[in-house]
Design a binder for this molecule. Structure first.
Ligand code: ZN
Ligand code: CU
Length: 482
């Protein structure tokens, strides 16, 4: 037998959570064509992978890469250098379609860029752009509530939507889902969106009914009201018959530390009534736009970008305030529009959530931040190296499952997230002894160590030490309900 590529004598971790095996993996075109002892096979390219792990390419369950996937391989280096081959975009209520902007979008929509990037009237236009000008990684797209709100309500979003506006959003969402969207996301935590009562969200989410597509949410409150927010999320999903994904699950603010015991118990109980899963990033700090009203003296804040004061990126807000001889809230207001890292997560809570069998890894990386949270470049190797290998939080097989098979199951991605003959050849080759995140809070944009090569649909897309190749093998993937 002859094929395009063989990885020989590799440690195969197949993404299902099953124990590793040793063998060969053969690829022809965009598919895996053989797995096991392929000694009789030959290939155009043979890679001796002794001592290295071959795994399904990682699926980043939570991203804000809506714009980054349109910008070519250099924009996705942050992900491909971690072994990521598929990204889920449109999270937290923020999606680049279906809305056109004439002025700078209100935060946090501006995380995706200024008005010139907002040119997609419909999700169909966005999908067409991805088809015409393919991304280097696969894209799964959610449609954001906030984007739908701006489309329906214009600049007047700091209020609940009228019934007519909610119905308009529902129609737009229905169109987007029929054009290849995989679900509906909300960011009810954020100003403007937090004006939306539960009923408004249900009215829009009605578009999900009968489609099998997902309701994905950055909840209204991840702090004091986290349990009520979990209930609200389940209520919305149940009302329209949609599986629920809780985004970047955490319990924020020091006085809520330890409450993941309660939230995980509630999620386990709920699971018996309704399908609910969650993603998590492996860090003790969050990051989003800078919101002066959310600042608390017990939570250190670091600036990731600032339009008026770009020279202050990477610095702590308290230091900037001291330099300006003012308080932290006033300093934050002066820096706007801006982004920030908030050190408001407890390491033990994060580890408990990460170790939970229902959790998936999602980076929540912010690719356009000047001094980004290190999760953008480090999430996946950090789980493999620091948490699985060094701390022994779980096995390497479990770590890989949380970034491959588990995510493919939740998002309904047929033929992805698994190594078997017939599956797509989205693959990563890494060294289990050296894999590690190099990006840190002080040096946030370094590629990982130990990720040797990444293939998307059989095409080499990233090579360690060389960077991204010119391959653009990514496709738009649409959820196939089970
Ligand atoms: Zn979010
Ligand atoms: Cu997010």
């Amino acid at each position: 037998m002859r094929c395009d590529l063989i990885l020989r004598d590799a440690t195969i971790i197949d993404g299902t959570g099953a124990d590793r095996t040793t063998g060969d993996v053969a690829v022809t075109g965009d598919r895996i064509v053989g797995v096991g002892d392929l000694g009789a096979w030959s290939a155009d390219r043979e890679v001796i992978a002794t001592g290295r792990v071959v795994a399904p390419g990682f699926i980043d369950a939570h991203t804000h890469d809506d714009r980054a996937v349109l910008c070519g391989p250099s924009c996705m280096l942050c992900k491909m250098s971690q072994g990521v081959t598929t990204v889920v975009v449109g999270n937290c209520g923020i999606s680049l379609s279906p809305v056109r902007m004439k002025t700078r979008p209100t935060p946090p929509l501006d995380l995706l860029g200024t008005e010139e990037w907002w040119t997609f009237d419909s999700f169909g236009d966005y999908a067409e752009r991805l088809a015409r000008d393919p991304a280097p990684v696969n894209t799964v797209a959610l449609i954001g509530h906030m984007s739908l709100r701006v489309e329906a309500m214009g600049g007047d979003v700091f209020r609940p939507a009228s019934d007519g506006e909610a119905h308009h959003m529902q129609t737009r969402l229905k169109d987007a889902l029929s054009q290849g969207g995989s679900g509906f996301s909300t960011g009810l935590y954020y100003p403007a969106s937090n004006q939306a009562p539960t009923d408004e969200v249900i009215a829009v989410a009605e578009a999900l009914r009968g489609t099998g597509k997902l309701y994905v949410t950055h909840m209204r409150d991840e702090g004091d009201g986290v349990l009520a927010s979990i209930e609200e999320s389940l209520k919305i999903g149940s009302a329209v018959g949609a599986p629920v994904v809780i985004s970047h699950h955490k319990c924020v603010m020091p006085w809520n530390f330890g409450r993941s015991h309660e939230t995980l118990a509630v999620l386990e109980a709920a699971q018996r009534r309704h399908k609910v899963d969650f993603d998590v990033y492996p860090y003790n700090a969050s990051s989003t736009v800078l919101m002066p009203e959310k600042i608390h003296p017990d939570v250190p804040v670091r600036v990731t970008w600032s339009v008026p004061y770009p020279q202050f990126t990477g610095r702590f807000l308290s230091d900037i305030a001291a330099e300006w001889e003012t308080d932290i809230i006033s300093a934050a207001k002066r820096l706007l529009p801006a982004g920030a890292i908030y050190y408001q997560i407890n390491e033990e809570d994060m580890q408990r959530i990460l170790a939970h069998p229902r959790s998936m890894v999602g980076s929540d990386g912010l690719p356009h931040d000047q001094f980004p949270h290190p999760r953008l470049w480090g999430s996946f190797p950090r789980v493999l190296g620091h948490y699985a290998r060094d701390l022994g939080l779980f096995s390497l097989e479990t770590a890989v499952h949380k970034m491959t098979g588990k995510v493919a199951e939740v998002f309904g991605l047929e033929g992805r997230g698994v190594i078997r003959a017939g599956a797509f050849a989205d693959l990563v080759l890494f060294d289990p002894l050296t894999v590690r995140d190099a990006a840190s809070f002080d040096t946030p944009t370094l590629p990982a160590d130990g990720i040797v090569e990444t293939w998307v649909a059989g095409q080499s897309s990233y090579v360690h030490g060389q960077g991204a190749t010119s391959a653009r093998a990514g496709r738009l993937l649409t959820r196939q309900p089970a």
